[in-house]
Design a protein around this ligand. Sequence first.
Ligand SMILES: [Mn+2]
Length: 570
Amino acid sequence: MADVTNNDSVKMAEGERSAEELKEKANKYFKDKDYDNAIKYYSEALELNPDNAIYYSNRSLAYLRTECYGYALADATRALEIDKNYVKGYYRRATSNMALGKFKAALKDYETVVRVRPNDKDAKMKYQECNKIVKQKAFERAIASDEHKKSVVDSLDIENMMIEDDYTGPKLEDGKVTVKFMKDMMHWFKEQKKLHRKCAYQILVQVKEVLAKLPSLVEISLKETDKITICGDTHGQFYDLLNIFELNGLPSQTNPYLFNGDFVDRGSFSVEVILTLFGFKLLYPDCFHLLRGNHETDNMNQMYGFEGEVKAKYTAQMFQLFSEVFQWLPLAQCINGKVLVMHGGLFSEDGVTLDDIRKIDRNRQPPDSGPMCDLLWSDPQPQNGRSVSKRGVSCQFGPDVTDRFLEQNKLQYIVRSHEVKGEGYEVTHSGKCITVFSAPNYCDQMGNKGAYIHLRGSDLKPEFHQFTAVPHPNVKPMAYANSLMQMGMILNWNAHFDISCVTDETEGVHVDSSRSLRRNLELLVTEWLSRCRSLEPLPTGDLQSNRLEARGSLPPPGFDLANCAAVYPC
Ligand SMILES: [Mn+2]
């Protein structure tokens, strides 16, 4: 008996040693920013030693980097279940919740850290910033119910807005968008010039009216000889949008388009993209189509740049109007009763019909669950059934789910976007679930192609066209993103990861009062502040191959550290 026990403990020790080796390997991949491999080896380490909070915590960080916030949250939670005194676990969980827009939950964890480590300046700062967001949200809610959702439109006097004499840019003609205006505006934007705010307001007010008349499920029919172009995410990459029009022709009555959501955020030319798309919607309301993406929402815009960009280029009031307009974007489009297009994908439950989609009351911020949330957020998965979403919102659906949905609704296939794909598109679920993504070299980082799809009325067969990124002026993606988000990411991910790599060896992980940690934190804070001062947009660390070194240095217009909270209210 004794021998067996001995053998067991020897085996266990061996297992733990191998697990440690795997963790070291994973840490190395992490440092090289190869997060997929890091995740792989942390997972293998966890198979050998499933009760190690550090492995979960480190994998959580790798998931954060790959935008799998749901998995990141689950791992942070698991680390805390194993060791509730593990301070880094609270940081991780707070960061995941921040990324998911769950500020209240994040605040609770920051509160815990502050309680446990009252002298930690970084934690205190994050707690205060997060607290500000929570309070601001509560304030906004209070105002919203007080004013019964009064529209910004009512407080605008567009007629009497002056266009200054020195403005030489495009103007609407008799208050209408024309082909000439659209061409002039795109040219004007290309030169990095700003459309007069009066014209921007005219477009917004008019497009709100047009969109509000549409049903939540738009149904169109293509004649035998008709063709439509479906584009996926464009994410503020204005110069790539112009390239699509270059390659595929300008929108027109005979060249219809459908843009499948996520027009804004991340790319720093989101204002230019969205005003161009809205302009075409006004010019060709029946053959230029727009669907809502998960980024046409307040929570996302607050963190990923669009709100900051509109405030920098125009005003907070204009952002409010954008937000109102986004709420009227339709959620899905059905072509010839056979092809269903939506930004995210299918549903967390079986049995949803096209009629259920028609009935969705969409004029709001999307809820945390239910069909509206799923349409904007879900992703396909290769295995049958459904799983928890890697993003932490909605679900993942398998080929059997797609089959059942298509059969019940007498459809042939779905087209969705929402995920970057190396080739710009991907065909899955035996051809019944197609992903299309139209932001090439996403965020200047991913090296992916972009694609669009041609669908012809004659056979409804998808025909894929790929393209590569074109150069753009030197304004980095995420230049306008929420400063707390950026700060949170860089401090969490460096201070609390890299240091753990060192201290984990001695298992002194949560003795975080060590002098070296303090010094590192202070260095990082100093670095962050100096980056802010040099107006260098921070890398946000939410993409696979994000590089930490600063490159180029065009300041995001309107960025002002002293006024940070005002420009990007947190
Ligand atoms: Mn999306």
